[in-house]
Design a binder for this molecule. Structure first.
Ligand SMILES: NC(=O)c1ccc[n+]([C@@H]2O[C@H](COP(=O)([O-])OP(=O)(O)OC[C@H]3O[C@@H](n4cnc5c(N)ncnc54)[C@H](OP(=O)(O)O)[C@@H]3O)[C@@H](O)[C@H]2O)c1
Length: 345
């Protein structure tokens, strides 16, 4: 018997402009899997890098892009007892990563393993989080928890945990920064955010209530502004999105004994500063972040649900060739504040 078809996007070119829709069979499931009717897919910078071939980790040629998807369960395997048809679920970034640190890069959706940019996705039942029945989260918000949300939560709680009242510096107004800002504010943090744009800073102050803002173009020595705002001591956490181009200023901005979770690589530089001397002199902790485990994901969903937090979905696009490319274009432009989502109708 021929299976019904679904629309699946695959990365078929040399960059994200080569992502194209095709017709493929709806996947069958085994006894431990569920079939999700995807409702929303949230984008990450990684999705551009994977499509462009610049992602520093394994990529399957012709992969289905995007790690972050949420939807409704339409079929469950015979041995799945904790999930039912009709449940709202969100799939983990790596369904084999249950606890502790990431042990390999072989199972992440949207690069080595086909991702979420399709109408139906079969996944292991143990690799999803079932959203509470009375959740306030939209599918778009739930999808935005997967990579960005867990990464933000990992920064705050995956190492030496954040303590209420501590100060947190966020670099730029992208998805990781704004999501961490929302979580940090809800947990009682003093927050500082940087941006290249005064309009964005105004928006973030009004919409998300960040305590202090710094324009890093107007203040190239922004670490001095951070020290001034923190009584000369520095912040407890710097969420390090920039990489080689910002690490020196980030360490200069952190308090003695503070923490610098290393998340991103947005700010390029030909030179790498002497990080070991800087870390030593600040007695600070620098920790590489690789998204996070199911354990962190569960804790995050519980926190967001209990606190009725909304995730920062800034703009949604349609599930058409034009809509998908426009969504990627928008992400690439850097004009966004927070998360970009593709609605899968
Ligand atoms: N390690 C992990 O597990 C993990 C997980 C998620 C993301 N990431 C990485 O983390 C980084 C951020 O991800 P994202 O999803 O938040 O990206 P994004 O949404 O694309 O963020 C882009 C924003 O970053 C800011 N930015 C760019 N260059 C900057 C610079 N030199 N200094 C300060 N800010 C700068 C800009 O903000 P303004 O326009 O306001 O200046 C820009 O709009 C990326 O490198 C991504 O690959 C890593």
């Amino acid at each position: 018997m021929l299976l019904p078809k679904q629309t699946v996007y695959r990365s078929l070119g040399i960059d994200y402009k080569g992502i194209k829709a095709g017709e493929e069979p709806i996947p069958d499931i085994d006894k431990h899997e569920i079939l999700i009717k995807i409702k929303a897919v949230s984008l990450n910078y990684r999705d551009i890098a994977a499509a462009d071939g610049t992602y520093g980790f394994p990529i399957k040629k012709g992969h289905v892009p995007c790690s972050d998807g949420a939807g409704e369960v339409v079929k469950v395997g015979s041995q799945v007892h904790n999930i039912q048809v009709g449940d709202r679920v969100v799939a983990a970034f790596d369904p084999t990563h249950f606890y502790g640190v990431q042990r390999d890069w072989l199972h992440g959706h949207g690069a080595p393993v086909d991702g979420m940019l399709q109408q139906y996705k079969a996944v292991a039942a143990v690799g999803v989080i079932r959203l509470p029945k009375d959740t306030h989260l939209s599918y778009a918000e739930a999808a935005s928890l997967v990579c960005t949300g867990v990464t933000a939560w990992n920064c705050l709680y995956g190492g030496i945990p954040y303590v209420a009242g501590q100060s947190i510096l966020l670099l730029g107004t992208g998805g990781v920064s704004i999501t961490t800002l929302i979580l940090a504010k809800a947990a009682g943090a003093k927050t500082i955010i940087t941006s290249s744009s005064n309009e964005k800073l105004k928006y973030v102050k009004e919409k998300y209530g960040v305590d202090y803002t710094i324009n890093y173009m107007e203040h190239p020595d922004w670490e001095k502004e951070v020290l001034q705002l923190t009584n000369g001591e520095g912040v407890d956490f710097v969420i390090e999105n920039g990489g080689a181009g910002t690490i020196a200023k980030s360490i200069a901005s952190v308090k003695r004994g503070g923490q610098v979770p290393i998340v991103g690589f947005l700010a390029k530089s030909d030179e790498m500063p002497n990080v070991s001397i800087m870390v030593l002199s600040k007695s600070c902790s620098v920790r590489g972040i690789a998204v996070g485990s199911m354990q962190l994901f569960e804790d995050l969903v519980q926190f967001v649900h209990t606190k009725k937090l909304h995730l920062p979905v800034e703009k949604e696009f349609g599930f058409t060739n034009d809509g998908v490319i426009a969504a990627f274009d928008y992400l690439k432009s850097g004009a966004h504040i927070g998360k970009i989502v593709i609605r899968v109708d």
